[in-house]
Write a protein that binds this ligand. Sequence first.
Ligand code: ZN
Length: 114
Amino acid sequence: MVKRHPNYLDQCNVFFSCTTCHSQLISQHDIVSRAFQGRHGPAYLVEKVVNMSLGGNEERMLMTGIHTVADISCHVCKSKIGWKYITAPEKSQRYKEGKCIIEKSKVIKECMIE
Ligand SMILES: [Zn+2]
């Protein structure tokens, strides 16, 4: 019997890459939440980002108060893609420390077949 739908999705390693230069930035497994808000719209909260450069620490007023954050840029093309939470003001926000916000509009979902 001929399979109409190849089962490549099972073997597919889903990751998100830079919309500008297609460098791989985040793995699907590192996404903590898909319900965050970036500066330009919806964003992901992620555990770690690869191929990125970190800017200097700065205090920024966000929806949940003043946080110390550092901008994240793509290491290859230098596009700003989000920010990293360095410190959060309140206990309820501490879970975000060390995690990163990545703007959904700055990354593209891709599928790598191993
Ligand atoms: Zn890039």
